[in-house]
Design a protein. Structure first.
Length: 62
């Protein structure tokens, strides 16, 4: 279970690393993939929401 989660999260971040400039669309795509990976790893939905809201706020500079 953790190997799959680690692989999926790593892949999401590798996609972002390949971008010259991060856009809102790039960030939202990565967040969507992270959300899917966390859901498949049976992380509680409320935990996912709080975590990804914080990540998105910091990533977008809101």
């Amino acid at each position: 279970m953790f190997d799959n989660l680690t692989d999926r999260l790593s892949n999401s971040f590798k996609v972002l690393q390949g971008k010259h400039k991060l856009s809102e669309a790039n960030i939202k795509d990565a967040i969507r993939e992270v959300r899917r990976a966390l859901l498949e790893a049976d992380v509680a939905l409320e935990v996912i929401k709080v975590f990804l809201d914080q990540v998105q706020t910091k990533a977008l500079g809101l």
